[in-house]
Design a binder for this molecule. Structure first.
Ligand code: NAD
Length: 252
């Protein structure tokens, strides 16, 4: 799939991995639509990239449909990257050993898993109705899981379940959308240097970096963005979840 001249929609595009991806795709000639929660930052970043800011909550079908329509109006939509996500703790028991409220668990599943599915569903309907590109591809969808899909840290059952779900739905969605010429892949990053880690003290971030076998550091957002570009450009890659984690296996 050629990036030059394509429309690209990036959720979570106002920060971290999504922003690095929006920058990289714009530099490669895509017309980028940043989809994120409402903020002036989103509008400023989109303007800087010569693209569009479409504020939306990924869990809302109406808001996402409007964002997809805005992207398609700017350029034929061919590339979708799902980066919107949250990672707060949601333990099984509270401090007193009582069952926890389900709200925290449900919110993480809703944004990370249901939100990703919602964006894929809304966007693929529009991509499938577009003419195919010269290469025959209509589009490429890349979602973001995590090493947490295959590993598990205390306090993260909802996060692991949500990311395991993003991984697990990749293959059935790729098979369903194959008849439209849409490829679907997922990236499972390790620990990446983004604002999501900002709550952790520097010493804790350094120690996480040291757990990575090689290179012994956190991943960089542009290393994620460069893998997105490779997935978009490699027409035979489909239905796959690719780990991008320096071979880390997390300690509990
Ligand atoms: P980030 O916090 O920098 O960016 C996430 C973005 O998602 C933010 O701009 C936020 O406003 C947006 N967002 C949150 N909820 C939303 C909603 N309901 N609707 C629309 N936008 C919403 O985080 P990041 O590190 O760039 O994470 C990007 C993705 O990568 C997430 O899915 C995250 O789970 C995943 N991931 C991150 C790491 C890491 O170490 N940073 C590791 C593995 C996976």
């Amino acid at each position: 799939m050629q990036i030059q001249g394509s429309g690209a929609l990036v959720t979570g595009g106002a920060s971290g991995l999504g922003l690095a991806t929006a920058r990289r795709l714009a530099a490669a000639g895509a017309t980028v639509t940043i989809v994120d929660l409402p903020s002036s930052k989103g509008a400023e970043l989109a303007a800087e990239l010569g693209g569009v800011f479409a504020p939306a909550d990924v869990t809302s079908p109406d808001e996402v449909a409007a964002a997809v329509a805005a992207a398609q109006a700017a350029a034929p939509l061919r590339i979708v990257v799902n980066c919107a996500g949250i990672a707060p703790p949601a333990k099984v028991l509270d401090r007193d050993g009582n069952p926890t409220d389900l709200a925290a668990f449900e919110r993480i599943i809703r944004i990370n898993l249901v939100g990703t599915f919602n964006v894929i569903s809304q966007a693929s309907a529009v991509i499938a109705a577009n003419d195919p590109s010269e290469s025959g591809d209509r589009g490429v969808i890349v979602s973001t899981a995590s090493v947490a899909a295959f590993d598990g840290q205390i306090g993260q059952p909802a996060y692991s379940a949500s990311k395991g779900g993003v991984h697990a739905m990749t293959l059935p969605i790729a098979r369903e959308l194959a008849r439209y010429g849409i490829r679907v892949c997922t990236i499972a990053p390790g620990i990446m240097e983004t604002p999501m880690l900002a709550g952790l003290p520097q010493a804790a971030q350094d120690s996480l970096g040291e757990q990575v076998p090689y290179p012994a550091r956190l991943g960089r957002p542009d290393e994620y963005a460069s893998l997105v570009q490779q997935i978009v450009e490699n027409g035979y890659l489909n239905g796959e979840t690719i780990r991008l984690d320096g071979a880390i296996r997390m300690a509990p």
